[in-house]
Design a protein around this ligand. Sequence first.
Ligand code: FAD
Length: 445
Amino acid sequence: MNQQDKHLEISPSRRKLLQATGLAAAVGLGGSVVPTQSHARKLKTNAKIVIVGAGAAGLDAANRLSRGLDGAQIIIIDSRTEHIYQPGLTLVATGIWKTTKVRDKNARYMPNDVKWLKKRVVAFEPSSNSVMTDDGQRIIYDYLMVTTGLQVNYSDIEGMSTDLIGKLGIGCVYDNPDHASRTWQMIDQYTDQGGVGIFTRAQGPVKCAGAPLKVTMLTEDLLRRKGHRDSASMMYTPPAKGLFSQPDINAFLKEEFPSRDIAIQWDHPLVGIEPELKRATFKTPSGERRIDYDFIHVVPPMQAPDPLADSDLAWQEGPFASGHWMEVDKLTLQHRRYPNVFGSGDCVGTPIGKTAASVKAQVPVATANLISAIADEPLSARYNGYTSCPLITRKGQGILVEFDYDLNMIPSFPFISPYEQHWFPWMLKDRMLHAAYNAMLRGRV
Ligand SMILES: Cc1cc2nc3c(=O)[nH]c(=O)nc-3n(C[C@H](O)[C@H](O)[C@H](O)COP(=O)(O)OP(=O)(O)OC[C@H]3O[C@@H](n4cnc5c(N)ncnc54)[C@H](O)[C@@H]3O)c2cc1C
């Protein structure tokens, strides 16, 4: 262990604190959303339930429904067999974790009594209670749970494609281990050689809004650790006039970035790159601006996956219509026009969300309400908008950001100030949250 990493060692006092908080961490953060109605005994039913998407939310939902129902026919549809621990990708992209740590298998979390159809859904047809799969099957359901996650629109950035990641100074932490490790090759090179580094953020909701910020701050930290900070000029380019939706964290970042000599270029949505010239184009209020770079972290716009976006399940108007997010009631997670349809995870159009922490808070609500719907009882579980992110500011330090729909901070650990950098959020991120996430996939937290 080198001198710089000394402070990452777990001292006896830290070990004590970790042991004391181990239980809370193991159950995951933010036990703030508790369904007000839980079905203590299994509900007998012959309902047919289809879950689309076997990621974080889909596996959690499958396990909860499997445990909560007796006799239901539950089908989960997803062709992907690999499970990726996406919250670990920022650590892969900054050279702290290897990709092996974030690769897993869906099969490990799939309940025995749930039928797994390894297909993609190509169309949602809620008016006929059915979905179409890519092999032409029409699957009819009584109840539908949509957990498809989101789609990253690389082609919205002119000149950008995924095969450029890891070449010509281009990185993108979204949203698989291969992209993250190729991003690390570029960040490793940049932090050796210095030059101009541009760190972008797409317009609209992105999954884990903290990820682009973490990549920026961990790169800055690495430049210092390597002794090359003076040879690098860094800028962060938010698409509007904010860095983070929660006002206290926004205020913190507005001080933190300049204090670390990371220039903030407001109103700079990235619209194009010229890879060979290493030049980025931004659509600013005063016209297009081109900036040359040595390294660029590209964060493309995101939306609901096409089959969902193109369906009547998507918001048709209002703030979530442009991303085609699924139209749910933000408290019950029931579809607002199709009462036998529920959703959770990145695909839903709610004011706050798009983190695994939100999944952990949403899925118990969506599944409890789906079970209530089967039982013909009122839907009484509520999602309060809980989201969380250990906002890593440098290796070994971070801020534990947890807030709700009202943007109120709702800390799970009262002894840790959510306004100060501390080693504990780092420890959570690096050592503890992965286990809590896996327990969530089993529907256990
Ligand atoms: C770089 C990065 C860093 C992150 N950091 C954090 C963090 O620090 N903390 C945190 O809480 N969260 C973090 N997240 C966010 C978190 O990983 C996601 O919010 C979470 O995985 C969302 O779960 P989901 O089930 O909605 O989507 P996913 O886990 O992405 O799963 C969606 C599933 O749906 C399937 N699917 C999609 N379309 C179809 C279709 N048409 N038919 C069938 N199946 C389909 C996909 O194959 C996939 O398996 C991060 C994410 C990224 C990318």
